[in-house]
Design a protein around this ligand. Structure first.
Ligand code: OXD
Ligand code: MN
Length: 594
């Protein structure tokens, strides 16, 4: 008997009969067991222990070279009816999928150990926590899950005899990318992932559970699972207001979540606190506000570009108890490096593929010369983050004043604008678009629609997802205000106009002032934008009032072109698509024609 829960045991037996592990080990969450697993993983070369003086508790791992990112093309939502997965998800019939994958899993754990990881998304014992069990044949997965979620036997105790847990099965199998599948069965609370060892595909608590399965549960249970960071902004009087923000992958979400206020604000006593950097579970509180919980326990952040200036707090978080994946190994002092860390690439180094790396051959424009993979990662503990919010472990979460959407747009979207209403805000989220990045495999630099940054993560029909947003709005008496930001406006030569990073706080300040009715705004065709003088530019060298006007300008001709992109996107949905959003589109058209 692996556990005291009959349904858990029956399921483990069934999965073990299929995958045929040599042994089954329950992960109890103890440091001694984790240490034993690290020792084993070091012996096989799966992880490398780094310099313990400089990086205590830190390890390096390299994935297979064909396994470095999420595989959206091989990610499936398996609902009994195809229409329930909707037009934006890959769909497979559940029976067919179970059959197909069972053949791939058959005997895949022979000669290996199956680890049973009981984990909680959210605080163990909290009324909002959800429990999962991941079965895996990878020690790397065990060690990462232990950082990213709350793992251990207390989860089994909290689960008791309940059969309601998310059943996750992962096997590295042969890492064959032709047989790689990441499949979700929302109707069965089940996730099957096979032939990958990359975080986003195999740390099943994260994208698979906390977004895809949870979004489905949220629709049925009256809450929302969103791809959002959560931050608290403290004013000099000690009042903290919370913002949740959704951006597509690699738009600086972790940087915004851990922002350091610029000098003008810092010296007055403003502070930013991180509650989460990737996922928010949102519920209506008894006080009629929308409350946000970060269900995770760590950060799975992109390493390249992280440095003392871009994200001091993230870098500090990675200085202990961190697993680095696919970064450069500096052999001189047994530490790690990545592009954008500093200007001193190591001379004696191994690249992410495990080959000797010659930094003098590095060419910024040729990604194949990089020492670290562009999607290389750190898995770091939230508790080690210098700016972690004191509400981080509050099971009730934090009340939201604002929801912010954003994307990477060179010209169209202004630096910031506010939606006229919740419904209009849902429209603003639904038309989000950005350039693709290295976090997902496929073309880089192409503009793609990514509503609410959920396109790859919504576990059901996105038309119904939009409908759920609209319905939630009707039920929140004190709903957060909704905004859109774009840190990535460029001039005609393609240079960024807005400094970004810590200076984004200037925009957050305007957002919160709007929420408290402290500042006016200018109405435009797309929503409310700030008056140029209402964004504080004190201390900014390259931003004048004129730059600010440019950053806030709304180009009607460009928005006219945008309309056709939106129509094309909306045309993918059938009659499940909410009428409210089509009405919003009509309003936008009418406003632009004025
Ligand atoms: C991520 C993402 O967080 O791709 O890895 O969004
Ligand atoms: Mn993400």
């Amino acid at each position: 008997m692996i556990t005291k829960n009959k349904s858990v045991n029956a399921w483990i037996d069934e999965m073990a009969a299929m995958t045929c592990p040599d042994s089954i080990v329950l992960i109890d969450g103890s440091e001694s067991q984790l240490e034993e697993l690290r020792q084993q993983a070091m012996a096989t070369g799966e992880i490398i222990k780094l310099n313990q003086e400089k990086l205590p508790g830190c390890y390096l791992h390299r994935t297979a070279v064909n396994d470095v990112a999420r595989v959206e093309g091989r990610t499936f939502i398996c609902t009994s009816k195809k229409e329930d997965a909707g037009p934006t998800n890959n769909w497979m019939d559940p029976k067919e999928c179970y059959e197909k994958l069972s053949k791939i899993y058959a005997g895949s754990m022979k000669g290996r150990t199956m680890y049973v990881i009981p984990y909680s998304m959210g605080m163990v014992g909290s009324p909002f926590a959800k429990y999962g069990i991941e079965l895996t044949d990878s020690i790397y997965v065990v060690l990462n899950m232990e950082i990213m979620t709350r793992v251990g036997t207390d989860v089994l105790e909290a689960l008791g005899d309940d059969a309601q847990f998310i059943k996750g099965l992962h096997s590295k199998a042969d890492l064959d990318d032709e047989k790689r599948y990441i499949c979700h069965f929302p109707e069965d609370n089940t996730i099957w992932s096979v032939n990958s060892g990359y975080g986003g595909n195999v740390l099943l608590g994260k994208k698979c559970f906390a977004l895809r399965i949870a979004s489905y549960l949220g629709k049925n249970e009256g809450w929302m699972a969103e791809h959002m960071l959560i931050l608290g902004l403290e004013d000099p009087d000690g009042n903290v207001k919370y913002i949740a923000a959704a951006f597509p992958s690699a738009c600086g979400k972790t940087n915004l979540a851990m922002l350091i206020p610029p000098e003008v604000y810092a010296k007055k006593g403003y502070k930013v606190w991180t509650v989460g950097d990737d996922i928010a579970w949102l519920r209506i509180g008894e006080d009629g506000r929308l409350w946000a919980v970060n269900p995770e326990n760590g950060f799975f952040g992109v390493a390249p570009g992280t440095n003392e200036n871009s994200n001091y707090n993230a870098l500090a978080t990675t200085r202990r108890d961190t697993i680095f994946t696919n970064v450069v190994h500096n052999l001189d002092d047994n530490t790690v490096w990545w592009e954008g860390l500093d200007k001193n690439p190591p001379a004696n180094a191994i690249d992410w593929k495990g080959n000797k790396w010659d930094y003098t051959k590095y060419d910024k424009k040729d990604k194949s010369t990089c020492g670290a993979h562009p999607n290389s990662r750190f898995t770091a503990c939230a508790k080690n983050c210098p700016c972690i919010s004191k509400e981080f472990n509050n099971p009730m979460g934090v009340p939201l004043s604002a929801i912010v959407f954003g994307g990477r747009r060179a010209k169209t979207a202004p630096l910031v604008y506010q939606a006229r209403s919740w419904e209009h805000g849902v429209f603003v989220g639904s038309i989000m678009a950005s350039e693709t990045t290295a976090a997902a495999t496929g073309a880089v630099g192409v503009v793609r629609r990514d509503p609410m940054a959920m396109l790859p993560f919504c576990g059901y029909n996105m038309a119904e997802y939009f409908g759920h947003w609209i319905e939630m709005g009707k039920k929140i008496p004190n709903a957060p205000k909704i905004f859109n930001v774009n840190w990535f406006r460029t001039d005609d030569e393609g240079h960024f106009i807005w400094p970004g990073f810590g200076d984004n706080m200037r925009v957050l300040k305007w957002i919160l002032d709007r929420c408290e009715d402290k500042v006016d705004a200018v109405e435009t065709a797309i929503g409310y934008v700030p008056a140029a003088e209402d964004i504080n530019i004190d201390g900014l060298e390259d931003v004048t009032l004129d730059t600010m006007k440019e950053l806030l300008s709304v180009d009607k001709a460009l928005w006219g072109e945008e309309i056709s992109g939106i129509e094309e996107f909306y045309a993918r949905f059938d009659d499940k698509f909410p009428k409210e959003l089509r009405d919003q589109l009509d309003t936008l058209k009418a406003n632009l024609a004025k």
